[in-house]
Write a protein that binds this ligand. Structure first.
Ligand code: ATP
Length: 236
């Protein structure tokens, strides 16, 4: 098991109980999806895993080590977060964004190898290396965000709503790329409002509702689950 989360409780102040006894796990090599509506707690979960929010209680174990809510521990341990809504550095070029992703690393040959890898995933980025990230299209900005995450050579890539705001054709391409990244050996935890696509590519998945995990199963099981179909897949 790569990541294990046990009874996680996260609050904003005293009043907002954003994650309630959340428990789940991610095994090496899996794509695990967490689906949920707006405000379900998906981003909160990601920020907590990477160590930017301190849980009130619960335990996060990653690569066999207990995490102590400090960001460098999760990052050095091999997690990378690709945050929601493409929080890139818009005034940096594509090249600069990618180098930031590799900033903890010094092995130049391997960095070059990883650059070649991200260009094989997203060839357009190679043509746009000198361009400011803020001037790229939405889909290309999302590619830069993912590429930046991959440049730290993560064991676990945390993807926060990668399809948000993308045109339908780009959404399909984005999910294809995610599968390709997983096939190359990077384990993926994906949180998404796009339930259909993320369940289709998930080995296993969880449904998060107002901070609770209410369902879990393989992607295929949840696609067939009538309550998931009614709430998330628009099936009546
Ligand atoms: P979205 O897709 O809209 O980002 P989400 O599933 O990622 O939704 P979160 O952003 O994690 O949900 O929010 C979970 C809950 O915590 C919501 O009720 C939200 O209003 C609340 N919340 C999030 N950030 C804060 C904050 N900084 N202060 C107070 N409450 C917050």
């Amino acid at each position: 098991m790569l990541l294990s989360v046990e009874n996680l409780n996260v609050f904003y102040g005293e009043a907002v109980h954003a994650l309630r006894d959340v428990s789940f796990q991610v095994d090496q090599g899996e794509i695990v999806s967490v689906i949920g509506a707006n405000g379900a707690g998906k981003s909160t979960l990601m920020w907590t895993l990477i160590g930017l929010l301190r849980p009130k209680s619960g335990k996060i174990t990653f690569g066999g080590k207990t995490m102590n809510a400090v960001p460098h521990q999760a990052v050095q341990g091999g997690m990378a977060l690709v945050p929601e809504r493409r929080r890139l550095f818009p005034n940096l070029t594509v090249r600069e964004n990618l180098s930031l992703g590799a900033y903890l690393r010094h092995d130049r040959a391997k960095i070059a190898e990883d650059e070649a890898y991200v260009f094989s995933l997203f060839p357009i980025l190679k043509e746009r290396l000198g361009q400011y990230a803020g001037t790229l299209s939405g889909g290309q900005q999302q590619m830069v965000a993912i590429a930046r995450g991959l440049m730290s050579r993560p064991k676990l890539l945390l993807l926060d709503e990668p399809s948000l705001g993308l045109a339908p054709v780009l959404v399909n391409q984005m999910f294809d790329s995610i599968q390709q990244i997983a096939r190359q050996g990077t384990t993926i935890l994906l949180v998404e409002q796009n339930a259909l696509q993320s369940l289709k590519i998930a080995n296993r998945a969880y449904v998060l509702e107002v901070g609770h995990i209410v369902r879990e199963g393989t992607g295929q099981e949840l696609l067939r689950d009538p309550s998931v179909q009614a709430a998330y897949l628009g099936v009546r």
